[in-house]
Design a protein around this ligand. Sequence first.
Ligand SMILES: [Zn+2]
Length: 118
Amino acid sequence: MHIRVNDTVEILTGDERGTRGKVLSVDRTAGKLIVEGVNRVYKHVRRSQRNPQGGRLSKEMPIQISNVLLVCPACSARTRSGSRYAADGSKERYCKKCSKAIGGPISPPRTAYAKKSN
Ligand SMILES: [Zn+2]
């Protein structure tokens, strides 16, 4: 799984193809994620004690992870990401287009993979 919470993704399929949004949550086992403002459903609620106004509640539903592509924060193109070891031996994701790192490290630094400094 290459997409993490707070990433920006672009929707590739369906009515909302081409829209971009922030990832709110990722369900790794189901392979689904929730994107802000995408696949919104409205639930009509009757007036009640808890909700004295009633009305419509909107909620985002999960979408399949294969229907989105990561948007690189550096070159703002939709891209695939790779992973590689950074100079301190931690793992990072990178953009396959501009090869800049995306987000922070995805694993703690490990000296075995650190570049030797001499
Ligand atoms: Zn990029």
